[in-house]
Write a protein that binds this ligand. Sequence first.
Ligand SMILES: C[S@@+](CC[C@H](N)C(=O)[O-])C[C@H]1O[C@@H](n2cnc3c(N)ncnc32)[C@H](O)[C@@H]1O
Length: 192
Amino acid sequence: MNLLRSLHREGVEHDAAQDDRLLRRRNLEPESAALLAVVLRAAGTRAMAEIGTSNGYSTIWFADALRANGGERLLSVDLDGRAQREAAENLGRAGLADRVELREADGGAVLRELPDGRLDALFLDSERPEYAGWWPHPLRVLRPGGLLIVDNVLSHPGEVADFIGLIEADGGCTTTTAPVGKGLLLAVRNPG
Ligand SMILES: C[S@@+](CC[C@H](N)C(=O)[O-])C[C@H]1O[C@@H](n2cnc3c(N)ncnc32)[C@H](O)[C@@H]1O
């Protein structure tokens, strides 16, 4: 999709000129997004949530995959209303606005409120040190066979170590790390 290529290029240029890390877009790497698009399609993902919308780059990739599966809406959460307004505009340009519920909120608070076992996939791409404090909700909200995806596990191992330790100690998942982009943790919730 040309829009995704231009959004990614603009994001790289924008971030290079922005000193404040929190104001950068920090979009997912295209190769990570492409891998996840294949995985989500293959898994028949229809119900998904994303924590960390930014300007909607990964959101467009995921919403497109869910649409291909005849999916329900994608819930995408971000604390930053300005970023979500940009995401709304970009989703409109992609023809995917009606496929995504954008919610301006804290990811941990939203996960706490979601029902048990309802999601096919959850993508975590926000402030990594917060994830451990959200436990057990990132796993609880997934159905058996559902997929938890965490970005940046190779670029920032120290920031996700506690969270990965909780997943390993729980023993309820089969996990691997895909060495693509900044490192994607893929954890499937085991049945039972
Ligand atoms: C790495 S960027 C997300 C990039 C996006 N997934 C993409 O590929 O385009 C991180 C985003 O997480 C948001 N964020 C940080 N802490 C958050 C929290 N506790 N809940 C929800 N969003 C949060 C930031 O505002 C920022 O937009």
